[in-house]
Design a protein around this ligand. Structure first.
Ligand code: FAD
Ligand code: MG
Length: 295
């Protein structure tokens, strides 16, 4: 059996792409490893109509609605390898399945890599975040920290005072010049140049190398991101460099440079969100469907 489309990644982007294809009665297989990027957070914000719901509730409702379409199948597994075949692609999975498809959608997202500071990873999605639009409001205008991870963190430091009084921990990663110091001052940002030893406490107590503690309600840090799956690289897809890491290049209908391979969501975006992943996925679904018919 050859599927019309295999969608690898069954989170917001992949679910949205699959929904368009299931509604066109196409034979779709979704392969999903169940490791959504926002699984560390208790609630998801900023997605219209779903504001404040648990990330898993949003995904589970979408999956239930999707699987009501009889031509859509689900495989809980990890796609390991993909090769081009005569009329499409062949994939193998960790559990030893071999599956064939005419078109492929890569919706596998990214993995966040945080600086190796003790206490940071354990608080990821709880009191340590990267997206102020997602989690800034809930800090109730309490004290905010921005931890520099690159010179790009300057943008973070300038944005965050809209959500609470902000301290910028440069941590030896970045030294603002005179113009940048003036910008930080204009936004009321407190500059902290002592290095960070570790993060402790219930929320985020930033412990400095000299032992002083600066407690914040939320700490924002820009992670580096890398592809969650090797599929795009195996196929020779082109990448673009974003501020946090590489992402898959696509055209206006989400097709990559490899004909028949589409990509959507965080894997194909410089910076994403649930809303953007859902929109990207809907376009990938329609784009893939059109390519099955129009070539
Ligand atoms: P993901 O949701 O990351 O899903 C990718 C899926 O592909 C996963 O299920 C994964 O297991 C699967 N996969 C990967 N590789 C393979 C493989 N080889 N085989 C099979 N399956 C595979 N956004 C918001 O809009 N609001 C928020 O409040 C918010 N909070 C966030 C909190 C945190 C801590 C983080 C890190 C992010 C947050 N985001 C939020 C961003 C949001 O999580 C992402 O933008 C969104 O999840 C992207 O959706 P996606 O479908 O592209 O990828
Ligand atoms: Mg894109």
């Amino acid at each position: 059996m050859v599927y019309d489309v295999i969608v690898v990644g069954g989170s917001y982007a992949g679910l949205s792409a699959s929904l368009q294809l299931g509604r066109a009665r196409r034979k779709v297989l979704v392969i999903d490893a169940g490791q959504r990027r926002n699984r560390f957070a208790e609630s998801s914000h900023g997605f219209l109509g779903q504001d404040g719901r648990a990330p898993s509730d949003i995904a589970n409702d979408a999956r239930e609605q999707l699987l009501a379409y009889p031509t859509v199948q689900w495989l809980a597994d990890t796609a390991l390898e993909v090769v081009q075949a005569a009329d499409g692609f062949q994939l193998s999975t960790v559990n030893g399945r071999q599956v064939s498809t005419r078109r492929l959608i890569i919706a596998t997202g990214v993995i966040d890599e945080l600086p190796a500071i003790d206490g940071l990873q354990a608080r990821w999605g709880k009191s340590v975040f990267h997206c102020p639009y997602c989690h800034g409001y809930e800090l109730n205008q309490g004290a905010i920290g921005v931890l520099a991870t690159s010179p790009m963190s300057m943008h973070h430091a300038l944005l965050l005072p809209d959500w609470g009084p902000t301290t910028f921990f440069t941590n030896g990663v970045f030294e603002p010049d005179a113009e940048q110091l003036a910008e930080l001052h204009r936004r009321g940002v407190t500059l902290e140049t002592r290095t960070v030893s570790h993060i402790g406490g219930e929320r985020a107590d930033v412990v400095l190398s000299d032992g002083e503690v600066i407690s914040v309600a939320g700490l924002f840090a820009m992670p580096r991101t890398r592809m969650a799956s090797p599929l795009a690289e195996q196929l020779g897809c082109l990448f673009e460099e974003g501020p946090m890491g590489a992402f898959i290049q696509t055209d206006a209908m989400q097709q990559t440079n490899v004909p028949g391979v589409f990509a959507c969501g965080d894997a194909a975006l410089a910076a994403g969100s649930v809303a953007i992943a859902v929109g990207d996925g809907a376009r990938a679904g329609a784009g893939t469907h059109r390519s099955l018919i129009l070539g």
